[in-house]
Design a protein around this ligand. Structure first.
Ligand code: ATP
Length: 256
């Protein structure tokens, strides 16, 4: 099977401070990869480099795009990167306020993404928005309400609907359950798990929470000081960690 994303020797420094160093991995279609590590280990740097939110010093990130072919996203033109962000990619932020437009209705938040890829028919867009609200367990009658009137969990579910409505090939998630109460986290994780399975999504999930990895991911990469120190199937790595740092993470001795 061809990989969807192929990362080779990716490096990013901040002055003399290491962001991430010599990262190599492949992501296959339909696969969910978790990236874990303590604060400052380079998880966000890596994901932001992959998603084109941050420049890369050296290395390549080959993405197999339906529209643009197999393309190095590090080298490609900004205009192409913006197109990928609208069509093939989605990005779910930890804080839904960073991924939603709070001043427009819930329906418009979803519809806007459809219009960005050419949707024009108001009735169809509204109907699709209603369907997506229901998919993420928000009552369709809330379609004209602004997200600022929603709870944190609802805002996060709306952000997910806004991201998935265009059927992206790859979804980046940055601590998707991070800012929520524990009981709300559990519901959201269940929802994400069923959507990922139902839609056959490929995803990269950055988290410090091993429960998120256990529930959502197929494979996991453990980072320490900017480097990937262990990688493997989730059950394998979490049940039988090989690297002493992963052993600490798993035994929860290390606070992440
Ligand atoms: N904009 C920046 N300028 C300078 N150094 C940075 C910047 N962003 C991150 N760093 C440094 O790069 C390293 C990796 O940080 P990064 O935020 O990627 O880690 P992380 O694992 O995502 O941490 P957290 O979970 O706290 O977000 C850290 O040493 C951090 O201090």
């Amino acid at each position: 099977m061809n990989s969807l994303l192929s990362v080779t020797n990716l490096n990013k420094d901040y002055g003399n401070k290491r962001g991430c160093f010599n990262v190599n991995f492949d992501l296959f279609p339909g696969e969910v990869l978790g990236i874990v590590g303590e604060s400052g280990s380079g998880k966000s740097t890596l994901m932001n480099c992959l998603a084109g939110h941050q420049s890369v010093d050296t290395g390549s990130v080959m993405f197999n795009s339906e529209t643009l072919g197999n393309i190095d996203t590090v080298q490609m033109a900004e205009v192409d990167r913006r197109q990928l962000a609208r069509t093939d990619w989605a990005f779910v932020h930890q804080n839904p306020r960073d991924g939603l437009r709070l001043g427009i209705s819930a329906g418009a938040n979803i519809g806007e993404r459809l219009m960005a890829i050419g949707g024009r028919h108001y009735g169809d867009i509204r109907q699709t928005a209603e369907q997506w609200l229901e998919k993420v367990e928000i009552r369709a009658e809330r379609i004209d309400d602004r997200p600022s009137t929603f709870s944190g969990g609802m805002q996060q579910r709306l952000q997910i609907a806004r991201n998935l409505v265009t059927s992206p090939k790859l979804i980046f998630m940055d601590e998707p359950t991070g800012g929520l109460d524990v009981s709300v986290q559990a519901t959201l994780l269940d929802l994400l798990r069923s959507l990922v399975r139902e839609l056959g999504l490929s995803a990269i999930v950055v988290t410090h929470d091993l429960a998120v990895v256990r529930l959502l991911a197929d494979r996991v990469m453990v980072m320490q000081q900017g480097e990937v120190i262990e990688t493997g199937l989730v059950d394998q790595v979490l049940d039988d960690p090989q690297h002493p740092y992963t052993q600490l993470l798993v035994s929860s001795i290390l606070q992440v």
